[in-house]
Structure formats: structure tokens, C-alpha cells
Ligand binder design. Structure first.
Ligand SMILES: [Zn+2]
Length: 304
């Protein structure tokens, strides 16, 4: 699932191409995509694109004075910049946002269509889609520590819960915890002040470093090839490969359709976190599926 660094770079590419342009038309191919009825799409069409924002893992852009178009890419949604009026060909192309300068095409691979488009009115509408997690790059360390310890969660859960921390998912939480040399199963209220500080610093460093890398990779072009598994990641998606810090083999904990990767050498004092033992230990405090956490807000709103 595209996470904070991917979304930041997507938004920069959109801003460079769409800012001040008129959204001529929205073409929607998949009946599952649009999750709102009011404001209707026609209120966005014909308006100038004015502003761009990230809301958790969602991308938002404002058409005219108050209509926000909010895209949640979920796991397999991707954006592409095509020539004007590009055909929506193939099963994966689910929508196009047409401008005179080009078409922003949304694709989603796979049969499960989970990506969503929601239209809302004004700042209040936008806020209603925000699960409320702290903005990790704009939060001072004290406020972060307080929110982290407000409930006793595993670090994996705390970092990936959009109600606690905004924009971090399975991939970057693995990278951050490895950078901070902390176990994904460590409990937030058991951490020392030094460990909390180290976690805070690692969040800053890992996210900023990846934003810079992805910017370089895009090189002013539209960011294609967005993936959760990147060359250069230390642990995520590298089960069985050597840890770049200590050389030990990267381990995994599997749950539902996901897995967490960590280095026992660097993060758990050499201890392996066995899947079954871990689930006993943690009870329900493990992200069962990240989509479930992501859709929390939408469920609460009755799927509107
Ligand atoms: Zn290691």
C-alpha cells in the first residue's frame, strides 16, 4: 500500500501537473470506486484545481472553492500520467481525471477493487475522512511520546494504526523499527524514554530519507513503479536475506495476508518471534490486516 513517502511524491507530481488546470471530466469505469453521492462529480468538473493535501494514506485535491476529491489507493491502486483523453483499456484501468494537458489514470490490479474516490465539501468534509493519527513529520517528540503511550500496544500496531500515527503502513513500520533497533512486539508502555526518543528519531530519518530517494527516482517525471517492496529497504520484503547492519538472516512473522520482517540480531536480542507464540502473547494487539485498520473510518461512517 502506498505510504507517506509514496503519497508525498505522488502529490508533488500532481501539483506540478494539475495546479491551476481545469478538471474537464471524470471517467469512472468501476462501479465500486465512487463512495460518496454528495457533492456529485459534476460539481468538480469544469473547476480549476487549487490545492493538494495528504490525509493519512489518501491523496486529496481541491476543485474550485470547496469540493475535495479524495483518493485512497489501498493496496493495488496506482496513478499514471497519460496523454489527454487516454483510453481506459484493460481490466485494471478504473478511472481517469481529464485535463487539457493530460489524463490522470487510476489503475488497480487484481480482482478485488478496494481503491476509493470520495468527494467531500470543505475542510470539515476532509477532516471527516481523517482517522486522526499524529502527523509523524510535524509532531514534536513530547507529543509523540504521549500519544504512543496513551495505550499499551505493540510497536507494530502503534505505528501502523492510522488513529495513532498518520501515513505509516506495513513497509515503513518494518524499516523504522529496524532503524531504531526495536522489536515489533515491544509494548509501547514498556519502552524507556531513550527508546521512545530513538523511535521518534528513526521515524524522522527513515521517512525523510525515503521521500528524498523516491523524489530522486522520479527525477521530475511521474512516479511510476510505486511498490511496497523497494530495492534498498533493510528488512521489509527481505525474509531470509542478510541484515545490512549485522548480517543475520531477516525473519518474518506472518499474519492474515501480511507479514512483518525484522532482524533478530538487531531488534530482539537474538530472540525469534514465533508466529504462534506471538499471537498468544499479543492477543488481539496485532494488525490483523492493514486494510481493516485503514477502513476503520469508512466503516464508522456506515460505508458512505
Ligand atoms: Zn541485524
Amino acid at each position: 500500500m502506498p505510504e507517506l513517502p509514496d503519497i508525498v511524491v505522488y502529490l508533488e507530481a500532481l501539483e506540478a501537473r494539475l495546479s491551476g488546470r481545469t478538471l474537464d471530466r471524470v471517467r469512472i469505469q468501476s462501479p465500486f470506486l465512487l463512495r460518496s453521492v454528495d457533492p456529485p462529480l459534476c460539481e468538480a468538473e469544469g473547476r480549476t484545481i487549487r490545492e493538494f493535501r495528504r490525509v493519512g494514506k489518501r491523496l486529496a485535491f481541491r476543485a474550485g472553492e470547496e469540493v475535495w476529491l479524495v483518493l485512497h489507493l489501498m493496496i493495488a491502486g496506482r496513478l499514471h500520467w497519460k496523454k489527454p483523453g487516454a483510453a481506459l483499456s484493460g481490466r485494471n484501468a478504473i478511472a481517469a481525471f481529464d485535463f487539457d494537458s493530460g489524463s490522470l489514470v487510476l489503475t488497480e490490479a487484481g480482482s478485488q477493487k478496494r481503491a476509493s474516490l470520495t468527494l467531500v465539501r470543505g475542510d470539515a468534509g476532509l477532516q471527516s475522512l481523517d482517522p486522526g493519527g499524529l502527523e509523524p513529520l510535524d509532531t514534536p517528540p513530547e507529543a509523540f511520546a504521549e500519544r504512543l503511550r496513551a495505550a499499551n500496544h505493540t510497536l507494530k500496531r502503534a505505528l501502523t494504526d492510522p488513529r495513532i500515527c498518520s501515513g505509516i503502513g506495513n513497509a515503513y513500520s518494518d524499516e523504522i523499527l529496524h532503524h531504531a533497533m526495536l522489536s515489533p512486539a515491544a509494548l509501547t508502555r514498556k519502552l524507556s524514554d531513550t527508546e521512545v526518543r530513538r523511535l521518534y528519531e528513526s521515524i524522522q530519518e527513515v521517512l525523510r530519507d525515503w521521500i528524498a530517494r523516491l523524489r530522486r527516482e522520479a527525477g521530475g517525471g511521474f512516479p511510476e513503479g510505486v511498490t511496497a517492496f523497494r530495492e534498498g529497504m533493510a528488512v521489509h520484503g527481505r525474509h531470509g536475506e542478510p541484515c545490512p547492519r549485522c548480517g543475520a538472516r531477516i525473519q518474518r512473522i506472518r499474519y492474515a495476508s501480511n507479514e512483518t520482517n525484522y532482524c533478530a540480531g538487531c531488534q530482539t536480542g537474538g530472540k525469534l518471534l514465533a508466529d504462534r507464540a506471538l499471537s498468544r502473547l499479543l492477543g488481539r494487539d496485532w494488525p490483523r490486516t492493514l486494510e481493516e485498520l485503514e477502513s476503520y473510518k469508512e466503516q464508522r461512517q456506515g460505508g458512505a
